[in-house]
Design a protein around this ligand. Structure first.
Ligand SMILES: [Zn+2]
Length: 417
């Protein structure tokens, strides 16, 4: 290991640089049954090794597609006698993780299931994880020596969502289980790291942060169009109808309220995906979208997390997201196949909301500032907030230019010619 004294984005020294032990690469190859398999990045290997060692609490900030699932899969594969507890905020996300573990033959179970202790990974929802019986269970597992680690997936929700934040304070109890805790997220601004550790009562010297150098998604072109509030619906319908999608490609329309989602869905001839629907109704809408019966999915941000379709080409927002984290997560559904994609927002002004505790952490003010700054680069606003260092489209290798950077480029070319 070697260490440097260069301060990290939050003013703290970065973690010691860990050269991943070849043993973990070999374990990865055995798990994937591929003798040529490698970690997707040095950071993914470091994540696995730190989690397997279990001597620090870990914050892992990796963009979508960075391979966070390996955090629960590979250490569990390596230790047949250990148990990893995984706290997940969304059902859709949990189902996706279960499928992947089944594919890799890693036995998993649900908290409360009779034979759960015989599994290597035990899932629990955030609501259940906040209950005293789960605290007691994790302590008992810790005392028995079976518990290896606790992983909180999509961890930014625990700090930044008004829905999950009340449960967050109870997660402090999990520290008593005496194992390392891994926080996985694609969106955690450097300035909030201290808040996370101090809210949990974890001293900084017991933590390691692994942060990807940039969370930018170069394949997405960010576009904002201001319209009169009365024309909003018409403009969105016009835009959606003007888009041509290939057979495998899909689009999503995000609305901030259920009422608006129902209104937009009706105008586009589909059913709205909203939280109050019954499970079979949600499944039916999702099935129709996945099989191409309807190529556009219309709903509230509730459809955002856990939605994993590779070929989403367009994400349309009807009015801006409330926070910059929400916006990043929702637009992040586009371009998972790495192909050029568009995030188009139609708005009549800044987001309607308030800078309460949850939205403050999520970047409400930053979202409002981005919408107000009509000539600036959205990518710059996003990377400045999420990575601690802003980079506009020309400064991002391989970036699809946003509407404003495109305009600037055209003006520049016109001037030069
Ligand atoms: Zn730009």
């Amino acid at each position: 290991m070697r260490a440097t004294n260069i301060p990290g984005p939050s003013g703290h020294p970065p973690p010691p640089f860990l050269i991943v032990t070849p043993y973990y690469t070999r374990c990865l190859q055995l798990l994937l049954k591929d003798d040529t398999a490698k970690f997707r990045s040095e950071m993914q290997g470091q994540m696995v090794e730190y989690l397997a060692r279990g001597d620090r609490h870990l914050l892992i900030v990796l963009p979508t597609g960075g391979g966070k699932t390996m955090a629960m899969a590979l250490p569990s594969f390596i230790e047949p006698d250990g148990i990893t507890l995984v706290v997940v905020p969304f059902v859709a996300l949990m189902e996706d993780l279960k499928k992947r573990l089944t594919h890799w033959n890693i036995p998993w179970g649900m908290f409360g299931q009779k034979d759960a202790d015989t599994k290597r990974v035990i899932f629990v929802s955030i609501e259940v994880a906040a209950r005293p019986e789960f605290t007691q269970y994790s302590r008992n597992l810790g005392t028995s020596g079976l518990l290896r680690r606790i992983i909180l997936d999509e961890a930014h929700h625990f700090l930044m969502s008004s829905h999950f934040r009340p449960a967050f304070i109870y997660l402090v109890n999990l520290i008593a289980a005496g194992c390392s805790i891994g926080f996985l997220t694609g969106s955690m601004p450097p300035e909030y790291e201290d808040e996370l550790w101090s809210a949990l009562g974890i001293p900084r010297h017991l933590t390691i942060t692994l942060r990807a150098p940039s969370t930018a998604r170069p394949e997405i072109s960010y576009r904002f169009t201001k319209v009169d509030a009365d024309d909003l619906e018409e403009k969105v319908v016009e835009y959606v109808n003007s888009v041509t999608l290939r057979e495998e490609e899909r689009g999503i329309v995000f609305c901030n309220t259920k009422a608006k989602a129902r209104q937009m869905a009706e105008a586009l001839g589909v059913k709205a995906y909203t939280s109050e629907l019954k499970l079979h109704e949600k499944k039916e809408i999702m099935r129709d979208w996945l099989d191409g019966t309807h190529c556009w999915l219309v709903g509230t941000p509730a459809i955002g997390s856990g939605l994993d379709h590779a070929h989403v080409r367009y994400v349309v927002h009807v009015e801006p997201s409330y926070t910059l984290i929400d916006y990043t997560q929702e637009t992040g559904r586009a371009g998972r196949d790495g192909k050029p994609s568009v995030a188009q927002t139609f708005h009549s002004g800044p987001p309607l909301g308030s800078a309460d505790d949850a939205t403050r952490f999520g970047g409400y003010e930053e979202m409002a500032a981005m919408v107000k700054a009509v000539d600036s680069c959205p990518r710059f606003h996003m990377t400045r907030f999420l990575d601690g260092k802003g980079a506009n489209c020309p400064a991002t290798p391989g970036a699809e230019f946003c509407g404003n950077c495109q305009k600037r480029l055209v003006r520049h070319l016109f001037f030069v010619c």
